[in-house]
Design a protein around this ligand. Structure first.
Ligand code: F6P
Length: 454
C-alpha cells in the first residue's frame, strides 16, 4: 500500500496525549494520519540560513520532518509573498496586497528548498498531499527533481474570480504551477468555479467539466469541505463545563448571556465590523444592557506584517471606545483578549455561550463555526450567527446568516438570537448539528485521498 506524505507550512508537534492546542488544519489531519505517515514542513523556527537537511522526529508511529527557514527566506516567503501578497489577494483585499518581485523569488526558492529536503525522503509510490497557499509551486519543484508519484494540493483559504486574481503580477505562473498537481482541492464549489475561470481566462488552459487539460495531462479540480471531529469536540466541551475555569467564567458572568468570538487577529475576520455591530446592539436595543457580555478572543498573529499591526491598534481603540461608552460601574460589556486560549477551555466557553458570533469578511471554511455547533448542549443550545462569506455558510444554512459588512444586520441578528425561544434554538441547532456531524474531518481526508489515488 502507498504511503501518505503530508506537506504543510506548519507541522503540528508529534502526537502526544495532551496535544490539544494545535490549529484547525493540524487537528483535522491529525485524526486521519496513521502510523507510517510522513509529515513534512517548516519547524516554525528561523536560523541564519534555510536548512538543507530535515530534522526528523517520530511520534505515534508518524514521522515529522521539518526544516528551519533562513531569516531572509522567512521575510520574503512567509511575511512577503505568502502573507502580504497571496493572503490579502485571496481574501478579496486588493487594497492590502503588497507585491515585490524579490518576495516572489523568495517564495519560489523556499518551495525549491522544501522540495530538495523532501525529495530524498520520498519513495516512488508515495502519495503526496500538499496544503495551502504557501506551497503552490511545490509540485513543480518536486517534478523538477524527478518525482513521478501522485501529488495533490488543497487550498484552505478562498479563491477569487479572474478580475481579482489578475492583479497578481505572476498570476499566470501561479496557475501554471497549480496545474502541475494531479488534483487541486477547494473548500467550496464557489472557490472551485473561480479557480476554473482563472485557469481558463488567465491561464489560457482548456477546461473540461471540472478538469483542466494541460499539454495532454488532465488535472482534476474538486470541492471537498473540511470538517471537524464533532463527537470528539463535543466530548471535550461537555467535560470542560465541570472544570474550575468554566465555573469561574460562569461566576464572572453573573447570569448574563455570553456572546463569544474566537479566532486569529486577522483582517479577514471582520473584527472591527463585529465590534461596531456589538456597539449598534447596545445603542439600538438598550434592553440588553447589563444582560449581555461579549468575549472576543483574538490571538495575535503575523505581527511582522504592517496590516496586522494597524488592525491591532484599531481594535484597541474600538474596544476602549465601546467600553467607555457603555460600561457601568458593575458591567463591562466587551472583554477583549489577544492571548491564545487552549482548545479545551475554548470548547467549554462555546458551550456556555448564548451566541457564537462568527463574522469573517471572507473565509475558506471557518472551523470555529463548526466547533461552536458541536460544543452546544442540545437541550439548551446557543445560536450561531455566521457570515455569508465564510465557506461554512454553504453547509450551515440554519445559522443566522449575515452580511458581515453591515453592522446593523449583525446587531439585529444578535437581538434576534438573544430573544429567540428555546424551541427555535433547539430546532436550528438540531439541523446544524446534523450538518456538522455528517461532514467529518475523516470524510474530508478520505474524499481527497481517494481522488488523489485516481
Ligand atoms: O487558514 C489558513 C492557515 O494557513 C491555517 O492553515 C493556519 O492554521 C492559519 O492560517 C495560521 O496561520 P499562520 O501559519 O500564518 O500562523
Amino acid at each position: 500500500m502507498s504511503r501518505l506524505v503530508i506537506v504543510s507550512n506548519r507541522v503540528p508537534p508529534p502526537r502526544t496525549k495532551g496535544a490539544a492546542s494545535a490549529g484547525g488544519l493540524a487537528v483535522a489531519l491529525q485524526s486521519f494520519v496513521e502510523p507510517g505517515t510522513l509529515w513534512f514542513g517548516w519547524s516554525g523556527r528561523t536560523a541564519p540560513e534555510t536548512s538543507s537537511e530535515p530534522r526528523i522526529v517520530e511520534g505515534g508511529g508518524v514521522q515529522y520532518a521539518t526544516i528551519d527557514l533562513g531569516t531572509q527566506d522567512y521575510a520574503r516567503f512567509y511575511v512577503g509573498f505568502a502573507n502580504s501578497s497571496l493572503w490579502p489577494l485571496l481574501h478579496f483585499r486588493l487594497g492590502l496586497m503588497r507585491y515585490r518581485r524579490e518576495d516572489f523569488d523568495g517564495y519560489l526558492e523556499v518551495n525549491a528548498a522544501f522540495a530538495a529536503a523532501l525529495r530524498p525522503l520520498l519513495r516512488e509510490d508515495d502519495i503526496v498531499w500538499v496544503h495551502d497557499y504557501h506551497l503552490m509551486p511545490l509540485a513543480t519543484a518536486l517534478r523538477a527533481l524527478g518525482f513521478r508519484g501522485r501529488i495533490g494540493f488543497f487550498l484552505h483559504i478562498p479563491f477569487v474570480p479572474p478580475s481579482v486574481f489578475d492583479a497578481l503580477p505572476p498570476a499566470r505562473g501561479v496557475l501554471k504551477a497549480l496545474c502541475d498537481y494531479d488534483v487541486v482541492g477547494f473548500q467550496t464549489r464557489t472557490h472551485l468555479q473561480d479557480f476554473l475561470d482563472c485557469a481558463s481566462r488567465i491561464g489560457g488552459f482548456e477546461v473540461e467539466g471540472d478538469d483542466i487539460i494541460v499539454a495532454g495531462r488532465r488535472v482534476r479540480a474538486i470541492a471537498d469541505a473540511i470538517g471537524i471531529d464533532a463527537p470528539g469536540f463535543a466530548r471535550i466541551a461537555q467535560r470542560s463545563t465541570g472544570t474550575a475555569y468554566i465555573q469561574r467564567v460562569r461566576e464572572s458572568l453573573i447570569d448574563r448571556h455570553l456572546v463569544i468570538s474566537a479566532e486569529r487577529l486577522d483582517y479577514s475576520k471582520g473584527l472591527p465590523n463585529r465590534f461596531e455591530g456589538f456597539a449598534r446592539l447596545l445603542a439600538r436595543f438598550p434592553q440588553h444592557h447589563r444582560r449581555v457580555s461579549m468575549l472576543q478572543i483574538a490571538a495575535r498573529s503575523r505581527e511582522e506584517v504592517a496590516a496586522y499591526q494597524s488592525l491591532r491598534r484599531e481594535l484597541d481603540r474600538l474596544a476602549g471606545d465601546i467600553n467607555g461608552r457603555f460600561s457601568q460601574f458593575d458591567w463591562v460589556p466587551l472583554r477583549y483578549m489577544t492571548q491564545t486560549v487552549a482548545r479545551t477551555k475554548l470548547a467549554g466557553l462555546f458551550r456556555v455561550a448564548r451566541i457564537g458570533l462568527v463574522t469573517p469578511l471572507r473565509d475558506g471554511m471557518n472551523l470555529v463555526a463548526k466547533e461552536f455547533v458541536a460544543a452546544q448542549d442540545p437541550a439548551d443550545p446557543g445560536v450561531l450567527i455566521l457570515s455569508r462569506f465564510a465557506g461554512a455558510a454553504e453547509e450551515l444554512t440554519d445559522a443566522l446568516l449575515v452580511n458581515p459588512y453591515d453592522s446593523d444586520e449583525i446587531a439585529e441578528a444578535m437581538n434576534t438570537a438573544l430573544e429567540m425561544s428555546l424551541e427555535e434554538r433547539q430546532e436550528r441547532h438540531a439541523a446544524l448539528r446534523r450538518a456538522v456531524f455528517e461532514v467529518t474531518s475523516a470524510r474530508y481526508c478520505n474524499v481527497f485521498v481517494d481522488a488523489l489515488k485516481g
